[in-house]
Design a protein around this ligand. Sequence first.
Ligand SMILES: Nc1ncnc2c1ncn2[C@@H]1O[C@H](COP(=O)(O)OP(=O)(O)OP(=O)(O)O)[C@@H](O)[C@H]1O
Ligand SMILES: [Mg+2]
Length: 165
Amino acid sequence: MPTVVEFQVNSTFNIVAPDSVRVSGYPVPGPLTPGVDPDYRFRSSLLSDVLVWQRGLLAGEHHDGLWLTGPMGSGKSSLIRQVAARLNLPLIEVNAKTRLEVADLVGYRTALGGDVLFQDGPLTRALREGAWLLLDEVDLMEPGELVGLNTVLDGGPLVIPDNGG
Ligand SMILES: Nc1ncnc2c1ncn2[C@@H]1O[C@H](COP(=O)(O)OP(=O)(O)OP(=O)(O)O)[C@@H](O)[C@H]1O
Ligand SMILES: [Mg+2]
């Protein structure tokens, strides 16, 4: 886990805020950090929801997901991408098309030169790397599948029977 540094919210996101308002992030981008879109315009009210959520996660106050809802193209995915970009946070993005199952997010067993190895899916990788997992169009997933995320969202471990538990 890299050292955490503080960013001044006003200069980092180009919004009006007192200098004293700060948020934590990493000093440099990692391999999973999205690229900065210099034209992205942050709106304070939406940004503050994301930053409050992030602060609670870092402080260990909750393990909740953040549900963003709004019309097509209104900037839900790019808000998350650009907050991660400015704070140098790792982000893994998956499109949750209708058929996406939690098992796909966890991973699968694969044969490699006579060995059977477990290949991490995006959820497993995000947990290992401490990355945000962005599930685009998550409302298209079956509700019964989403229930499979409850243990992790409650702060429990991800147990993978296929990978020896
Ligand atoms: N605040 C903003 N500033 C600059 N560009 C923006 C902003 N909001 C959205 N855009 C641009 O609009 C386009 C659509 O945004 P985005 O993909 O984030 O929307 P979305 O809500 O996730 O859409 P969908 O529901 O289709 O997934 C992107 O190219 C994005 O860069
Ligand atoms: Mg989107």
